[in-house]
Design a protein around this ligand. Structure first.
Ligand code: DGT
Ligand code: CA
Length: 573
């Protein structure tokens, strides 16, 4: 988990350099390196050091490799410490508020001596911020909204961060002798898009050894509780992790109980009462005799109720128990069903890797195709392609496809939906492409009608195959923009335009519930990663989890189809 910690430090260095109005290229280099470390959060940095391969990480050159080693051996970076010393108290907390950049934070701390968010909130409420040089009423409003957003999102951790943290802890715990069964539970096991804390269950013949090992893991920042069968810690990223040791004969019952959701558990408990049974984290018991009739395995528990095993992703009491009783649980999509990624950025625009390298990586993942969808011309910040550059790219990819035998590269674009709903390339260009995914990247503050109309207009274009990240939310940065999804679903169905489940961990957009509604409306979806580096291709897994939580099956997802069938299924022109 050192990767994420180091990324945090590098991002802070970038923030601190920004306050000092340092060279923007230097600042960008730190941010890029941080981003790349986040991308490879499952890789072991210490191992890379031992193998002298640190500089293979994109964005990590000689200097950052030295700083990485410094961080791994001392837990700190001197530059960071020096910058912190020169920074007014509370400064970093202020810039964590969306809408407060380094310049505003500087004003707030110098002119008003604001040191923390609570103080900032009071000043904003008393309208004491508007009127500072360059700060208007609108800034004040945005600060109030930003604080509300921050408080709301801080309580929960995005799934991907929690997932990699839990994997790391599970791997460490497995090294302790005497650990037998081990599994995450809670909202993480249900693959909910954010989690409040991480719950882990183990069985062991040496509970004490496991507990002692757990509270001494290197990621532990603070030990919150250290008992015989339960311990809680706070990790260096600030996530609480609870570990419980349970009896092997109760492992299934504990897993079912602590996986939840609470609502799912309550429904099972009501069913138990009707059958003269009692269910808890130790097992299922007959009330009269007290005899235990299930508990060792989870499927054993469900069997008692006449239910098949219910996938954790579905356990939200949204009809899964009723469907299970009728034998009508859907066969959920699996990672292995995915035949291609349809939204990948290459070094033609703002991606890090060449088309050929991406293609080979996708081949290794077992895919049959990959659509390279770089940004379109008006998105210059992301190095969008001019029509001329796009033509060149088409020619080059045609040649590349002759060379690549086992995977087909589809020439695509992520075309911008402009403010008035027109597209950023003319139809003559779009029609030359294998796959066109359209997206909104600007004008998020338009009205619901405007944003809906823009998307509808894009879907009505015969060359647009899919809409990328249809609600625009970016976790920990901004909420979804206002859009009438019910209308989008109807038009998507009528125009045979697919909607994307964007698997990028901060997006997961469409979300689980929207997926379910889309399916009910007869809409077909695609799951794609929006990768900007090869390592991000692995995020497909999180997109598949969203689909599972939305009850989606293989047949609902277009990129489960082999290439020829895929071409037949997407929008006809
Ligand atoms: P989170 O942590 O808010 O992301 O969501 P969960 O679902 O992981 O919730 P958590 O950690 O409070 O509890 C883990 C599981 O334990 C929960 O999914 C179901 C079970 N559980 C907790 N409290 C209760 C309760 O009062 N009644 C029942 N039936 N189950 C509970
Ligand atoms: Ca939990």
């Amino acid at each position: 988990m050192k990767n994420l910690e180091l990324a945090k430090v590098l991002n802070q260095i970038a923030d601190l350099l920004e306050i000092k109005e340092e060279n923007p290229f230097r600042i960008r280099a730190y941010r890029k390196a941080a981003q790349n470390l986040e991308d490879i959060s499952s890789e072991d940095l210490e191992k890379l050091v031992r193998e002298d391969r640190l500089t293979e990480i994109p964005g990590i050159g000689h200097d950052l490799a030295l700083k990485t080693k410094e961080f791994l051996s001392t837990g700190k970076i001197k530059l960071h410490q020096d910058l912190l010393k020169k920074t007014p108290a509370g400064f970093l907390e202020l810039i964590a508020v969306p809408g407060v950049g380094p310049k505003t934070a500087k004003l707030l701390s110098e002119k008003l001596k604001i040191k923390d968010i609570n103080q900032l909130e009071r000043y904003a409420a008393a309208h004491k911020i508007a009127g500072l040089p360059g700060l208007k009423e609108k800034t004040e409003e945005n600060i109030v909204k930003g604080i509300e957003f921050l408080k709301r999102t801080r309580e929960r951790t995005p799934l991907a961060v929690a997932y990699y943290t839990a994997n790391h802890v599970v791997a460490q715990l497995k090294k302790i002798s005497g650990v037998n069964k081990i599994s995450p539970a809670g909202s993480l096991r249900r693959m909910k898009e954010t989690v409040r804390d991480i719950d882990i269950l183990v069985t062991s013949v040496h509970p004490k050894k496991v507990m002692d090992g757990f509270v001494n893991l290197s990621l532990v920042q603070e030990v919150l509780a250290h008992g015989v069968t339960k311990a809680s810690i706070r990790s260096s990223e600030g996530i609480q992790i609870d570990l419980r040791v349970v009896e092997p004969s109760s492992f299934g019952a504990a897993l079912a109980y602590f996986t939840g959701s609470k609502e799912h558990n309550i429904k099972l408990r009501k069913m138990a009462v009707k059958k003269g049974l009692k269910i808890n984290e130790y097992g299922v018991f007959r009330v009269k005799s007290g005899r235990k009739i299930a508990g060792k395995t989870e499927s054993g528990i469900y069997e008692i109720f006449g239910l098949p095993f219910i996938p954790p992703e579905m356990r939200e009491d949204l009809g899964e128990i009723e469907a299970g009783l009728k034998g009508k649980l859907p066969g959920l999509i699996e990672m292995g069903n995915i035949k291609g990624d349809l939204h990948v950025h290459s070094d033609y625009s703002d991606g890090a890797d060449s088309v050929e390298d991406i293609a080979r990586a996708c081949q290794k993942m077992g895919y049959q195709y990959v659509a390279i969808c770089d940004h379109s011309q008006s998105l210059s910040i992301a190095r969008g392609l001019s029509p001329k550059e796009l033509s060149k790219k088409i020619d080059r990819i045609k040649k590349l496809n002759k060379k690549l035998k086992k995977i087909r590269v589809l020439v695509g674009t992520e075309v911008d939906i402009l403010g008035d709903g027109s597209l950023d390339y003319k139809d003559e260009i779009l029609k030359q492409l294998d796959f066109v995914i359209a997206a909104i990247h600007t004008g998020f503050k338009q009205t619901e009608k405007q944003l809906t109309d823009r998307t509808v207009k894009a879907m009505k274009n015969r060359y647009v195959h899919a809409i990328a990240h249809p609600t625009g939310r970016l976790m920990e940065v901004r909420d979804a923009y206002k859009i009438d999804l019910e209308k989008i679903f109807k038009v998507a169905r009528d125009t045979n335009t697919a909607l994307e489940i964007n698997a990028f961990p901060a997006r997961l957009d469409l979300n689980d519930r929207a997926c379910q509604r889309a399916k009910e409306n007869g809409v077909r979806l695609v799951i794609s990663t929006d990768s900007h580096t090869i390592s991000q291709l692995n995020n497909m897994f999180f997109g598949v989890s969203v689909a599972k939580r939305g009850w989606l099956e293989k047949k609902d997802i277009l990129n489960t189809l082999p290439l020829e069938k895929f071409f037949k299924a997407i929008k006809h022109r």
